[in-house]
Design a protein around this ligand. Structure first.
Ligand SMILES: N[C@@H](CCC(=O)N[C@@H](CS)C(=O)NCC(=O)O)C(=O)O
Length: 251
């Protein structure tokens, strides 16, 4: 398999894409959002994560993780790299071409937003999933909402009357493609029926982080975000995974 990029056609001809994925994986979900937003055709190969990877998949991705893509014969791995590559190969509403006017700054802003979400909010989201008792859940909720308020809410700097997505865009950008799977899980898994994350999360976010909350509520209704989503299945699997870890005292 070539890895030097020589097969990349940069969008003049429809690329041949294989997406190695699992619909329950939030990282793979990033690639799905990007590919759907770009309107690219792709062949999907579902990787069963409940058993050891087959040798053929370890040749695709020696780390054994999803997502990976094969793009015209070149393999690309790691969700952020995959989504960024697709956005770069097909300049669009997701991300302008790097040499377009203002693009460097917008790309820096998108990167900072995603980096902040991943480094400051995601750990609190994980802590929320690990929490077992009501007290632990309340503490995790408080820390999560505080992180969104301190780190993310101030990044919604564009005019409120502009488009709903990053930078005031009407359509999703790479910022949404990379954070959407986690925002979806945050809002979905805090529904009371799942008894996973505290149901207080949504109300607190509405109160303390109104711009993030409005953005998140809209984002999770987008077709590109929901088309592979099986909420009940993900909730059940997440619950089982954390219950098992708790029973093994590995939390
Ligand atoms: N940093 C990786 C994380 C991907 C990842 O952790 N994928 C999980 C599924 S959600 C996986 O493939 N797990 C398989 C395993 O650990 O064996 C990325 O962003 O692509």
């Amino acid at each position: 398999m070539a890895t030097n990029g020589t097969h990349v056609t940069n969008g003049s001809k429809e690329p041949e894409i294989i997406l190695y994925t699992n619909h329950g994986c939030p990282w793979a979900h990033r690639a799905h959002i990007a590919i759907k937003e770009l309107g690219l055709k792709y062949e999907e190969k579902i990787i069963d994560l409940d058993r050891p990877r087959d040798p053929w998949y370890l040749e695709v991705n020696p780390r054994g993780l999803v997502p990976s893509i094969n793009y015209n014969g070149d393999i690309i791995t790691e969700s952020a790299v995959v989504a960024q590559f697709l956005a770069d190969a097909h300049p669009s509403h997701l991300l302008p071409a790097s040499n377009a006017e203002g693009a460097a700054l917008l790309r820096a802003r998108v990167s900072f937003f995603v980096d902040t979400f991943v480094s400051k909010v995601l750990p609190q989201f994980m802590a929320g999933q690990r929490a077992q008792t009501e007290t632990e859940k309340d503490e995790a909720t408080e820390a999560l909402v505080a992180a969104v308020a301190k780190e993310i809410e101030p990044l919604f700097t564009w005019d409120k009357s502009a488009g709903p997505y990053f930078g005031g865009n009407e359509r999703l950008t790479l910022a949404e493609a990379l954070t959407g799977p986690f925002v979806l899980r945050l809002l979905s898994l805090s529904k009371p029926e799942y008894e996973l994350l505290s149901p207080k999360i949504t109300t607190l976010l509405e109160e303390k982080t109104p711009r993030f909350s409005a953005w998140a509520q809209k984002l999770v209704q987008e077709e590109s975000v929901t088309y592979i989503w099986d909420e009940q299945k993900v909730a059940a699997r997440t619950k089982a995974r954390f219950a098992k870890l708790a029973a093994e005292k590995k939390l």
